[in-house]
Structures are given as structure tokens and as C-alpha cells.
Design a protein around this ligand. Structure first.
Ligand SMILES: [Zn+2]
Length: 413
């Protein structure tokens, strides 16, 4: 019997807040209450800390296979654990891309062998992400949770229509990076959002819109949802928190919003247009970045940034943030995660809300240190990350890198 007990802790999830003890047994939340004593349990003291369901990321790039200089499944998993994430959906733009069962199997098996966080590959929509010919979606389906050509929009409507019909038949979601090339960036986003909402309505495919950045596309999604279109949408921490006026044109795709657009995205979050905040973790080397490669290494800074900028400033509550970082994405992926409730996976984070830290390059476990946030002071430090009752990250130490048996580490203190 394997029991982890977190005692006397403030617990916050999307459904509310309470104070007490949380017991995880054999990987799931087994008991919630007060004054527990559990012989043989490993105890974490919760006083002064807040327990949240661990975060789920719908959108990350772990660059494996193919770009080990930027990231790999090991360092990506370290970064996820450090950032409080226990389940991560990784995009198909690797080398080779995830357009075949072999690559999907490689990602799943390598991540599983690491035993840190759950990694769920996304299969490509088109062969080689070329936008020219559909990948073998039927062959990929048993190994991936969704399909996406993220990095590029699928511009050909005939291919997108066929992909949505197939995905609907296979019971898989289609994730869309909405961008038509050749027109102004925001217009390109809105046009693809409009087209794909229309196709979702037509085919019944479950559509998920990635990293929306334009108030125009937000309005399209709002209307479509009200009409019952089976669509969901995500927004990134940087589009919610970092305006172009302050952070300049730090290269990221879609580009950072101007302040009025940023405010519109926050408003859309508060009014239910977005189902999840997803990091779009995109690690690059300093050389790539110097050449203008778009992207932010964001999986480790997502929570502290959102907590500092939105929760501490009173824009949203911590329970709301938990909905968008945990329950919302877990629901989209069909995982039994995202709430601190008996029977849910015993995945949680312990956060020190009032601890602030200076963000510098030494903070990152990711190989990618590309972020416009260096030098910033952030609150909401992750103290521990627990995956199915196992402590995978604790105060700077990672399971598998710094210790194998967390019981010894926890008892040390
Ligand atoms: Zn994208």
C-alpha cells in the first residue's frame, strides 16, 4: 500500500476551496478531510502552501525526435514537472514529424520509460506537415489523442474537410493552428477560424483552436459555441500577460498582442470563450533565437506568470486559473485529472503563493531559455509536483535525476 498524505493544506480547484488533509493511495485521491492519521503514509506538511490539481498542457513542443539541441523528451519532462504539469500534449513538428505510427510509438514509449510525466503525442494531419497530402490518420489513431499540423495552418480546404470527416469517424479531435499565409496575420487567423468552425459544424468533428490571438477570432468562437458547434479553444500565458507595447516584438507566432487585444483576450477568458490556457512551450537555442526563430520556452513559467499577473492583480481567482490550467485541458483530453476529488488521478502541485523569485537562466530545466521574462520577479513558486502519488519534483530536485526514491528525500527534511 502506497499512501501519500498532505496535511493541513489550503486546497483550491476549479470547484472551490477548503482546508484540510489530502490522501493519495495507489495513484488516486483516496480521502479528503481533516485530522487524518494514516499508519505508514509518507507525509508532506502543507502549512503555508496551497495544493492545486497538477496542470495539463494541451500544447507543447518537446522537439524529440530530431532537435536535441533545443529539447528532448527527458528535458521536456523535467521542465513540465518543474512547471507543475503532469500531462502534456506534444506537437507533431519533430524530425521526422509525427506522421507515422513509428514516431508516435517512439514518443509514447520513450516518455513512459522516463516515468516522470504523461506525454501524449499529437499526430500530423498531412504527410511531412507539407499541407499537400493527408497522413494515414487511421494508422495513427490508436497512438495519438488528436491530429494537428501545428506550426502551420492546413490551407487546403479539401484536405481539412477530409481530415475532419475522418477524425469524426475515428473519434479524435482536430487541433488547428489558425493561419492562412499571404494575408495580414490577424486576418489569416480569423479566416481559418471561420472556415474550420464551419467545417466542424458540417462534419460534427470536434475542433480545437490553438493559441488564438485576435479579438476577431474570439468573437467567431463565442458565436459558434452559442450555436452548439463542438469547438473548444486555448490561449497562451504570453498572449494573456505580455503586451507588445512592453515586450516589443519578441518573436513568437502568433505575435504578442497590442494592449487592447491583450485585454480582449483576458475578457474572453473570463467570459468562457477559452476552455484552457496552453503554454505553446517552444524551446530554441540562442543561435536559433538570434536568427529570429519564433517561440517562448514557457512550460516552467506558465503558472508563476499567470499567478503574478492575473491572480495577484485580482483579475481572476486562483480557482478560475485552476479551471483553465487543469480541469479544462484534462476534460478536452479525456483524462481523469484536473480536480482534487476522490477517484481522480492523484496529480497535484504544492505552491508557495507568497514566495517570489528572480527569473534568470538558471531557473530552467528546459534546454530552452528563450523568454522575454528574464530579469522579472514572479510569485507562485512551485514547491512540489506529485504525479499519481509519486513526488516527481521537490524543491529543485527531480525524480530520476537527483533521486530515485522520493520517500528518502521527503523524510530528509
Ligand atoms: Zn502553433
Amino acid at each position: 500500500m502506497n499512501v501519500l498524505l498532505v496535511r493541513d493544506v489550503r486546497v483550491v480547484d476549479a470547484l472551490g476551496e477548503w482546508r484540510g488533509d489530502v490522501a493519495i493511495q495507489d495513484g488516486v485521491f483516496a480521502a479528503l478531510g481533516r485530522g487524518f492519521s494514516w499508519p505508514g503514509a509518507l507525509v508532506l506538511e502543507g502549512e503555508g502552501r496551497t495544493l492545486l490539481p497538477a496542470f495539463v498542457d494541451l500544447h507543447a513542443h518537446f522537439r524529440d525526435p530530431g532537435f536535441p539541441e533545443k529539447e528532448d523528451l527527458l528535458t521536456g519532462s523535467w521542465a513540465a514537472a518543474h512547471g507543475g504539469f503532469t500531462a502534456v500534449s506534444v506537437m507533431a513538428n519533430t524530425l521526422p514529424p509525427c506522421d507515422s505510427p513509428e514516431v508516435a510509438r517512439y514518443v509514447r514509449e520513450k516518455a513512459q520509460a522516463l516515468g516522470l510525466v504523461e506525454v501524449y503525442p499529437v499526430g500530423a494531419v498531412t504527410q511531412g506537415l507539407s499541407g499537400q497530402k493527408l497522413a494515414d490518420l487511421r494508422a495513427l489513431a490508436p497512438l495519438v489523442w488528436a491530429f494537428s499540423d501545428d506550426g502551420k495552418g492546413v490551407e487546403r480546404t479539401d484536405l481539412m474537410l477530409e481530415a475532419m470527416r475522418l477524425a469524426a469517424a475515428l473519434g479524435k479531435r482536430v487541433l488547428v493552428h489558425p493561419e492562412f499565409s499571404g494575408v495580414e496575420r490577424a486576418l489569416g487567423e480569423e479566416l481559418m477560424v471561420a472556415r474550420d468552425l464551419y467545417l466542424a459544424r458540417l462534419t460534427g468533428a470536434r475542433l480545437h483552436l490553438q493559441h488564438l490571438s485576435s479579438p476577431g477570432s474570439v468573437e467567431l468562437v463565442r458565436k459558434a459555441k452559442a450555436e452548439g458547434v463542438p469547438a473548444t479553444a486555448e490561449v497562451t500565458p504570453h498572449h494573456l500577460c505580455l503586451a507588445q507595447e512592453v515586450y516589443g516584438d519578441y518573436p513568437v507566432n502568433p505575435p504578442l498582442p497590442r494592449e487592447p487585444a491583450r485585454r480582449a483576450l483576458v475578457e474572453a477568458l473570463k467570459t468562457g470563450v477559452f476552455d484552457a490556457v496552453a503554454t505553446d512551450h517552444a524551446p530554441h537555442t540562442p543561435e536559433n533565437k538570434a536568427q529570429g526563430a519564433p517561440g517562448i520556452s514557457g512550460i516552467e513559467t506558465a503558472f508563476p506568470l499567470l499567478y503574478t499577473r492575473l491572480v495577484r492583480e485580482g483579475v481572476i481567482t486562483l480557482a478560475e486559473l485552476s479551471r483553465w490550467l487543469s480541469l479544462g485541458p484534462a476534460t478536452i483530453m479525456g483524462l481523469r485529472k484536473g480536480l482534487v476529488r476522490v477517484g481522480y488521478d492523484g496529480d497535484c502541485v504544492l505552491v508557495e503563493e507568497d514566495e517570489n523569485f528572480l527569473l534568470d537562466e538558471t531557473f530552467f530545466f528546459s534546454k530552452g531559455k528563450n523568454t522575454p521574462l528574464l530579469g522579472m520577479r514572479l510569485f507562485g513558486r512551485i514547491w512540489a509536483t506529485i504525479h499519481r502519488g509519486e513526488v516527481i519534483y521537490l524543491e529543485g530536485l527531480l525524480r530520476g535525476r537527483d533521486y530515485d526514491d522520493h520517500r528518502q528525500v521527503v523524510r530528509k527534511g
